[in-house]
Write a protein that binds this ligand. Structure first.
Ligand code: NIG
Ligand code: FE
Length: 432
């Protein structure tokens, strides 16, 4: 399910942004995600202007040209003009990997990890993902909707206008449907765009302990058909890793998704090396985490349309010394994206600038590469690049205005939110 263009949107709204110090258009003539050297091409226009009509971008150029435009001169009174005062404007971030449907933060796990226990040790002792299940099963749909709505507002405050949202803490038919319905209800009230993903195969829930095949059968035979019938998700995701689901189980789930015309994506190689070869046959839109990937698999990935999505917030929050080697992926020709992985266990942040800052400091991406990975390549990872991820005529009017003079400041000032205004499907959402 992709939810956007709300009934409460004002379709005729006309907005003109002027005096933009640096407009990062991310425009490109190429079809397909950015790879190699093109990842750092931001298509910057200085002293720029953007005109948005009815939720779409209609023209992009210099402020001088916009102010001379005869149509604009004639319709000036109807236009909401936003003077950006030399600030930086870029496409709203596309956060292509989040888990917003949870009831509580996992503070005990946090403390345990900080006194030496690892993510996997905590999970084996009954903490981790399993400790979020109870809260979701007990919560009402209204309560979960409220939680997701609050997160979506916060995403927009940080410059994010498109959010992928996964279920995955209910892990029963009823609680997974409730989670996806909460995403749908929250998405309908939010001016931005939400792409939803069914992650019933996050871990094997406690009542299926030792019977993972039975749980996989439930996911394939009951959950996926119910999700598809209700049109509750566009993607099916699997956590394919040590302690979660095997490659064979993942293939079974991907096959069930394909039978119901649902596209797939995966969590792979976070804790141990996952063989990508067999999974790539299912043409996943994206494979995420990617901490442990061998050279042969990387070569196959580079040949494919699948995006490798890095989530360095998880490495940071789990206190890991190592991060995925983004240079290796980009040099090999793979398409890379960045996402927050917003979730209560491994990455409780919804700040794309924070993810970008980590990508620069710990993964040696340049600020320009991090920006492309967080916008246009995130849009490819969600298969919405025809509408999202760049500032070009015809695309949705999703823009973020940052209170900085140079785009490199966006990942530079870590831990603070410098997003001054977000335009979400043509609606200004936070005032400067
Ligand atoms: O992407 N790795 C699997 N899933 C999440 C973590 C979920 C959790 O710990 O609650 C992730 O990091
Ligand atoms: Fe995740």
């Amino acid at each position: 399910m992709i939810t956007s263009a709300k009934s409460n949107a004002q379709p005729q709204r006309t907005i003109l942004l002027v005096d933009i110090g640096q407009l990062l258009t991310l425009r490109s003539a190429a079809k397909g995600p950015r790879r190699g050297a093109s990842l750092s091409e931001l298509g910057i226009i200085e002293d720029a202007a953007v005109l948005c009509v009815g939720g779409k971008i209609v023209s992009v150029g210099t402020t001088k040209a916009a102010l001379r435009d005869p149509w604009l001169k004639k319709h000036r009174k109807k236009v909401i003009e936003i003077d950006c005062g030399g600030r930086v404007v870029l496409p709203g971030f596309v956060d292509s990997h989040t888990h917003p449907v949870f009831a509580q933060p996992r503070l005990v796990d946090f403390e345990k990890r900080n006194s030496g226990a690892s993510y996997e040790e905590i999970a084996e002792a009954g903490g981790g993902i399993r400790s979020s299940i109870d809260g979701v099963r007990k919560a009402s749909k209204a309560r979960l909707t409220q939680k997701v709505s609050a997160a979506l507002e916060d995403f927009a405050r940080h410059g994010t206008t498109t959010v992928e949202a996964k279920s995955g803490y209910g892990l029963s038919l009823e609680a997974e449907l409730k989670s996806l319905e909460a995403i749908r209800s929250a998405a309908r009230e939010w001016p931005g765009t939400v792409v939803s993903t069914f992650l019933g195969a996050h871990v094997v829930p406690p009542e299926f302990r030792g019977r993972s095949q039975d749980y996989v059968n439930l996911v394939c035979n009951e959950m996926i058909p119910a999700v598809a019938r209700r049109k509750l998700a566009q993607f099916v995701d699997v956590f394919c890793d040590r302690g979660a689901f095997s490659a064979a189980e993942t293939e079974q789930i991907f096959t069930a998704a394909r039978q119901r015309d649902l596209a797939v994506r995966g969590h792979v190689g976070q804790l141990s090396e996952t063989r990508l070869g067999p999974l790539l046959d299912y043409k996943p839109a994206s494979l995420d985490h990617m901490d442990h990937v061998n050279d042969a698999d990387l070569a196959n990935l580079a040949e494919s349309d699948t995006v490798a999505t890095f989530v360095p917030g998880a490495n940071y929050f789990l206190g890991l010394a190592s991060y995925p080697n983004a240079r290796r992926f980009n040099d090999a020709g793979a398409a890379v994206a960045l996402a927050t992985d917003y979730n209560p266990g491994s990455s409780p942040t919804l700040s794309m600038p924070m993810a970008m800052s980590l990508a620069c400091t710990h993964m040696k991406m340049s600020p320009a590469e991090a920006i492309a990975a967080a916008t246009i390549n995130g849009a490819w990872a969600l298969r919405v690049a025809d509408r999202k991820g760049s500032v070009e005529a015809g695309k949705d009017a999703d823009l973020a205005v940052f209170d900085v003079r140079d785009y490199r400041e966006i990942p530079y000032w870590f831990g603070a939110n410098h997003c001054a205004l977000t335009i979400v499907n043509g609606a200004p959402s936070v005032r400067m």
